[in-house]
Design a protein around this ligand. Structure first.
Ligand code: NAD
Length: 351
């Protein structure tokens, strides 16, 4: 066995009600005037958090948007400078965390994130930004948040359908971590338990969104999944999701959910140990079919065509995936990729 493992230093505070520790945690980071970030949809809750912070909040900025547009970052930067803020508090999903990271990249200010979805961005040193329709991604310790407060109660309002797709987005990180080229035994333990926790909790959440125990398990799984996403390199699934999301502007989490079973099937013959662990965590006989069935059980949209992908985009996506491929257990072959995309486009079972 040979491996290299460098755990990332983010401080994690986990548990129902842990937002009560917000003031103490900002103080720990030396933040005296925080800018509180959110999407427009979560502006009211962000105001409440700012009120909770009292003098420690300089103000709010509620314009965060999907794929971190640079124009939004520039507006937020202006507000940050006008207010003389000395730290960032992000309240929301991957979009709000993305804005926080983009601001940290430009200012070096400390970040405290309160995640409200299962995307996992808060645990990674990865930032994707869009400008003039182009998405660029960078990996730099400058954007890794200093502190994350996982308060399960903040996820209770996440609608069941969004919970289901966001949870599959998290499972996708964990599944690919299990066959990562730079994987290691600790990451594999975390990844398998992430899948187990999420697969157990999500079917309960879609029926009972207020179930605190299921919400706790799902957020625990999302934390693990985000951690492994931040630690090891992703493969074909994340490459295709990046290509399809960027080219056809498909919704991020739903796209991950629909695509995942097909990429797992593609890699199955070349990653038997990962398949065994994914299937075991899902309590299924077959990893890819287990994920496909999980989507069905959760009510996730199985077909990329129903998310807005045009049929003539299949060839374009396959070509782009082959251009600058990520390391992947199965060799990338154009015909096999076309078949994978055709099946995902029409929502057939993976094979
Ligand atoms: P999101 O942050 O866009 O949230 C989706 C919607 O749900 C938003 O309208 C938001 O206001 C709402 N919402 C969020 N939490 C809620 C709650 N608890 N209750 C009610 N409404 C709530 O979506 P996301 O899937 O979390 O993030 C997607 C973005 O994150 C993409 O841009 C993706 O590229 C990025 N991402 C980045 C990384 C990384 O490591 N850099 C990892 C995962 C995702």
């Amino acid at each position: 066995m040979h491996f290299t493992y460098e755990p990332l230093p983010t401080r994690v505070v986990f548990g129902a009600g842990s937002r009560e520790q917000l003031a103490a945690e900002t103080e720990r980071l030396g933040i005296r005037r925080a800018l509180v970030l959110s999407t427009p949809g979560q502006a009211e809750r962000a105001e409440e958090l700012a009120a909770q912070l009292g003098d420690r909040a300089a103000g709010t900025f509620s314009g965060a948007a999907m794929h971190t547009p640079v124009s939004v970052t520039e507006d937020a930067l202006k507000r940050l400078q006008e207010l003389g803020a000395d730290g960032l508090v992000a309240f929301g999903g991957g979009s709000t965390t993305g804005l926080s990271k983009a601001l940290a990249l430009r200012t070096d200010l400390p970040q405290l994130i309160l995640p409200t979805t299962y995307a996992g961005s808060e645990m990674t040193p990865i930032l994707g930004e869009t400008q003039e329709g182009r998405k660029t991604t960078q990996n730099t310790p400058k954007v890794l948040p200093e502190t994350v407060i996982y308060d399960v109660e903040l996820t209770l309002t996440l609608p069941p359908a969004v919970s289901a797709s966001s949870g599959m987005n998290a499972i996708a990180h964990a599944a690919e971590a299990l066959y990562a080229q730079d994987g290691n035994p600790v990451v594999s333990l975390m990844a398998e338990d992430a899948i187990r926790a999420l697969a157990g909790a999500l079917p309960v959440i879609v029926k009972e969104p207020q179930n605190l125990e299921a919400r706790t398990q799902a957020l625990y799984g999302a934390w693990l999944a985000g951690s492994v996403l931040g630690s090891v390199g992703m493969a074909l699934h994340h490459k295709l999701a990046h290509v399809l999301g960027g080219t056809f502007n498909l919704p991020h989490a739903e796209l991950h959910a629909a695509l995942l079973p097909h990429n797992i099937a593609y890699n199955a013959p070349h990653a038997p140990e990962a398949m065994h662990r994914i299937a075991r965590a899902l309590d299924a006989e077959n990893a890819a079919l287990g994920l496909y069935e999980m989507n069905k059980k959760l009510g996730n949209v199985p077909a990329l065509r129903d998310l807005g992908m045009p049929e003539d985009g299949i060839a374009q996506a396959a070509a782009q995936a082959l251009e600058k491929p990520y390391p992947n257990p199965a060799p990338l072959e154009q015909d096999a990729l076309l078949e994978l995309l055709r099946r995902a486009w029409s929502g057939q079972t993976p094979s």
